[in-house]
Structures are given as C-alpha cells and as structure tokens.
Design a protein around this ligand. Structure first.
Ligand SMILES: NC(=O)c1ccc[n+]([C@@H]2O[C@H](COP(=O)([O-])OP(=O)(O)OC[C@H]3O[C@@H](n4cnc5c(N)ncnc54)[C@H](OP(=O)(O)O)[C@@H]3O)[C@@H](O)[C@H]2O)c1
Length: 268
C-alpha cells in the first residue's frame, strides 16, 4: 500500500500521515504546497500516479457547487492510474456532499466514505479556538444537539480504511458517543480549562465580527455561519455506530478531548 493524502496537510491529513509513518507505511501529502490543486485538474494525475490508496479531503467543502463534477473526474483519474482504494472525508446531513460521494464512487474504485459529525477540534484547532480562548462563544446556533466527533477517531478510522486487508466499499457515519448542545459544550470546555466559557445565541453579524478578531475574513466566516443556520437543524442529532464498527472500541468523549486539548495548551 502506498497512500497519498489529497488535501492532506491539514487537521485530518496530518494525523493520518503521522499514524501511517509511525506504522512504517509509505505515505505522502498532496496539496497546493506540493503542486496539487483541486482547482486545476491537470495537477491531479501527476500527484496520484504512484498511489495504491488515496485519502480524499476536499477544501473548502464537499458540498460546494461543482464539487460532484470534480469528484467524478477524480474517480476516473484514480481508476486510470491504478489506484485500488479511495477513502473520502465527508460530512453528515449535507445533500451536496452526498452527491459528491456518489460521483467519486461512480468510476468503480472501491470507496470508503467517512461521513463525519462536527469535529470536536473545531473548538481548539479551527474557527472556534479564539472565541473559546476568550471565554465567550457567541454563535448563531439553535438549541440543537450534535454528536461532536474526535479527529483522532476519524484519523484512526481512515487508517483502517486505507490499510485494511481488502479495499472497503462502504459508508461509515462517524460521531462521538454523546449528544451535546453548544451550551453543554461550553460548560465542558470551561470545566476542562478551569475558567468560564459562556455561550450566547447570536446573530450571523456578531459571529462574523468575533471571527474577525482572529483574522478570519467575512468571506470565510459567512459560509461557516451557514453550518449553524442550515445543517444544525436537528437532522444530525443522533449517535452513530461508525467508530465502533471500524475501530471495535467506543468513540472518544467531548470531555476527554477538552481535557487533552487544555493540557496541551490549546487555549493558553
Ligand atoms: N469541520 C467539521 O466539523 C467538518 C465535519 C465534517 C466534514 N468536514 C470536512 O472536512 C474537510 C476539511 O478537513 P480538514 O479539517 O482536515 O482540512 P484542513 O485542515 O482545512 O486542511 C485542508 C488542506 O487542504 C489543502 N487545500 C486547501 N485548498 C486546496 C486546493 N485548492 N487544492 C489542494 N489542496 C488544498 C490545504 O493545504 P495547502 O494550503 O497546502 O493547499 C490544507 O492542508 C472539508 O471537506 C469539510 O467539509 C468538516
């Protein structure tokens, strides 16, 4: 198995890379910094020719308009290049993402889809890190529960899919083990950090203003607000068995993540 991680230098990809490297498996990244660009299909075949397994992590989001067409083309390129298996990072409850999953599979390369809940690490490694550090989560989030999933569980699952004895053609819904509102999450974070983290429902304008404090421009913040206003309507308010199915162990809790991140100085 030679794995290439497409769009794989980020939060999920770096974790998968570390795990494969530690296991002595051949693995490399492909992203703009290595000449691979989702917006330039002429860069795709050169990036994947030596791969037998591909991890596919699309940026900014698999649900964006036009991505299904790109996934269909990538599937065909992978088949021609002799790739034996694909592992696709996807999101739960997104119609556009579902179309991209189907399009990638259509070419016929066995595809394991990891359809994930909200990442726990959004609170420490992504757009919510600054608000948590300042102790004030102002979010356009309804009073809905989400089963936040640990990226270390997602990475462990991706490694299983990339290295399993036979290529897997299946979809796994990956979630954490409990349903929490954002107010619940704030309370867990406060307890792990040993200082207050408040949660207030807010407008999209307030949310965008808070993210601007961390240098996140409005053209990035506004699509993130969409995640709160569209996806978090209760459609994903259920716990799934994907992590247990793939890893034969329960998923990691939000409290365990929060304690680990606090101990590592994520909000210092
Ligand atoms: N956040 C969530 O809660 C959540 C939940 C479910 C699913 N997802 C999905 O997770 C994915 C993001 O995963 P992640 O957090 O691991 O990613 P990430 O940390 O944002 O990393 C993305 C990587 O993609 C590369 N990249 C960006 N634009 C590119 C382009 N045009 N061409 C090639 N590479 C590009 C970047 O490297 P370079 O700068 O070198 O190009 C970066 O290393 C998205 O598809 C999202 O929909 C997220």
């Amino acid at each position: 198995m030679t794995a290439i991680l497409l769009g794989g230098a980020g939060r999920t990809g770096s974790r998968i890379h570390d795990r494969l490297r530690r296991a002595g498996r051949p693995v490399s990244y492909a992203s703009r910094r290595t000449g691979f660009d989702w917006d330039d299909p002429s860069t795709w075949t050169p990036a994947i020719t030596s791969a037998t397994a591909l991890y596919v992590c699309y940026s900014p989001d698999l649900a964006c308009p036009g991505v299904a067409e790109k996934m269909a083309a990538l599937g065909r390129a992978a088949l021609s290049a002799g790739v034996e298996r694909l592992v696709l990072l996807s999101g739960r409850g997104e119609q556009g993402a579902r179309a991209s999953e189907d399009a990638l599979r259509d070419a016929g390369v066995p595809t394991a889809v990891l359809r994930c809940s909200w990442f726990q690490q959004n609170f420490s490694e992504h757009f919510l890190a600054g608000p948590v550090r300042r102790g004030r989560l102002r979010l356009p989030a309804p009073d809905v529960r989400e089963a936040f999933v640990d990226l270390d569980d997602v990475a462990d699952a991706a490694v299983v899919a990339l290295t399993g004895e036979r290529p897997d053609d299946a979809t796994y819904e990956l979630s954490g083990p409990e349903l929490l509102t954002f107010a619940d999450a704030a309370a867990v974070l406060a307890s792990a950090m040993g200082r207050p983290v408040t949660f207030e429902p807010a407008t999209v304008t307030d949310f965008v203003a808070d993210l601007a404090l961390d240098g996140i421009p409005s053209d990035e913040a506004e699509p993130l607000a969409h995640l709160f206003t569209e996806i978090l309507d209760g459609r994903n308010a259920s716990i799934t068995e994907g992590v247990e199915r793939m890893l034969q162990r329960p998923p990691s809790t939000f409290a365990a993540y929060a304690q680990r991140a606090a101990a590592a100085g994520a909000w210092a």
